[in-house]
Design a protein around this ligand. Structure first.
Ligand SMILES: Cc1cc2nc3c(=O)[nH]c(=O)nc-3n(C[C@H](O)[C@H](O)[C@H](O)COP(=O)(O)OP(=O)(O)OC[C@H]3O[C@@H](n4cnc5c(N)ncnc54)[C@H](O)[C@@H]3O)c2cc1C
Length: 413
């Protein structure tokens, strides 16, 4: 078919999040006539919330070891086609400058997620993407030779559709799982969606006084002496337990029987060295009140909590701390036992584990094996990444794949 004949062929994209916008740019850039449907009054509401408003949009160490879900080989191919270098080149081309922090996480130089959204919106405008806001798509059905995309009261005929409705995590930003319903109605299996990258609730009340404290911690999780998780990262104490990157990373495996979880509040010092340091400290600070023994070594509220938990919150002087008490304190500082109550709900999850079964799409194009002309991308698929920019990278990579394949599909139909 001649390229200009494709002008009358529509690609409809349902969902104006990062994956949908990326797909719109790529499909439009390849010559497709693209309509984007977004139920919110603005695009990319979740994107604006990413990275605490700073948008950690990719990572220096993109590899499919950082992804989980149905078929990692699928992720591998797609990440290889449009990985870190092409993502950086793409955003640079849109006028975005960026930097990587010491953990390899990329952020816009402005530290504003709105810069990323602005660049994507400008590019869609330049390419002539028709953006429809406050336009919820309520059903998607096959029709002769194509698709019917239905809003309340209106039907739009389409030649190819890209479903980019997101998952079930943080529905307050718009994605409430409607994509799963549409996919299921078209006979696609959906792997049960579960909250992932979600804060962790703890039992007890020792952490209540630590609310708001953000620090590097080491969390070790074992089952029958087998180490399942042993990571040092930033944790944030809250009224219910632990949030921050450490908790989000642990949330994938933290629920289960027979797990033993321990926190180390001094992750960068070996336990033997902690004992030596505390002995020297006891001598140096001999006349200080015991309850202030750790002040200066740890954040004050943590130091006092640990002294209380170790039975040492007294008005005696530090010289009276016995060797036995010191050993107990070191054990608490380096191997503090934590009991997990559960995970916070979907509303607080960053992503969804589960989704449209990856075995039902063709690797590479992300076109449905069951419904030709239907493509998937982003969080809607059963594929989720670790915290650190991996989920947005999946949106860029899968949006690229679906956008390109959908344009080729309509151009050669
Ligand atoms: C608080 C928070 C912080 C995060 N931080 C990071 C981070 O720093 N780095 C990172 O990599 N990832 C981060 N993530 C994850 C990342 O935001 C998601 O992986 C990503 O937004 C998924 O993109 P998506 O386009 O697939 O879906 P979404 O962003 O959910 O977009 C889907 C869009 O589709 C629309 N929609 C849904 N149904 C319909 C319908 N029927 N009709 C029309 N429109 C519809 C929704 O309104 C929504 O706008 C974070 C997530 C949260 C919640």
């Amino acid at each position: 078919m001649l390229r200009n004949e494709a002008v009358n062929r529509y690609i409809d994209i349902i969902g104006g999040g990062p994956a949908g916008m990326m797909a719109a740019i790529i499909a439009s850039g390849k010559g497709g006539r693209v309509r984007l449907w977004e139920k919110n009054g603005s695009l990319g509401r979740k994107l604006l919330a990413t990275g605490n408003g700073r948008c950690n949009f990719t990572n220096q160490n993109i590899s499919w070891d950082n992804y989980h879900g149905g078929d990692l080989k699928l992720a591998g191919g797609i990440l290889e086609n449009f990985g870190l270098d092409r993502t950086l080149e793409f955003f640079q081309g849109l006028g975005l400058t960026y930097y990587a922090d010491s953990r390899g996480r990329y952020f816009p130089r402005s530290n504003e997620a709105s810069s990323v959204l602005f660049c994507l919106e400008q590019e869609m405008e330049r390419l002539g993407v028709e953006v429809n806001l406050i336009s919820e798509i309520v059903s998607l059905t096959r029709s002769s030779g194509g698709w019917e995309v239905r809003q309340r009261g209106q039907v739009h005929k389409s030649d190819a559709v890209i479903l980019a409705c997101g998952g079930a995590a943080s529905p307050q930003f718009g994605s409430s799982g409607q994509g799963y319903e549409m996919a299921t109605k078209l006979s696609h299996a959906v792997v049960s969606p579960e909250p992932a990258l979600v804060p962790v609730m703890l039992t007890g009340n020792w952490f209540h006084k630590l609310q708001g404290l953000r620090m590097d911690l080491r969390l070790t999780i074992t089952r029958n002496d087998e180490v399942l998780f042993d990571i040092t990262d930033e944790g944030l104490f809250t009224h219910y337990g632990l949030s921050g990157p450490l908790a989000l990373k642990a949330s994938r495996i933290i629920i289960g029987q027979g797990l033993e979880c321990r926190l180390n509040f001094l992750p960068y010092i070996a336990e033997a060295e902690v004992i030596a340091q505390l002995k020297a400290r006891r001598e140096r600070l001999a006349s200080r009140l015991t309850k202030y023994f750790l002040t200066g070594l740890l954040p004050e509220k943590l130091g006092q909590t640990m002294m209380t938990q170790s039975g040492l919150e007294t008005d005696s002087s530090c010289r009276e701390i016995s060797d036995g008490q010191l050993q107990g304190l070191v054990k608490n500082l380096c191997r503090w036992p934590v009991n997990i109550k559960g995970l916070r709900p979907f509303k607080e999850a960053q992503v969804t584990a589960g989704g449209v079964d990856c075995r039902q799409v063709f690797p590479g194009s992300l076109m449905s094996k069951k419904a030709p002309g239907l493509f998937f991308c982003g969080e809607l698929l059963d594929l989720d990444g670790d915290t650190g920019g991996y989920n947005l990278q999946w949106c860029w990579s899968s949006g690229y794949a679906a956008g390109q394949a959908a344009a080729e599909y309509v151009l050669t139909k």
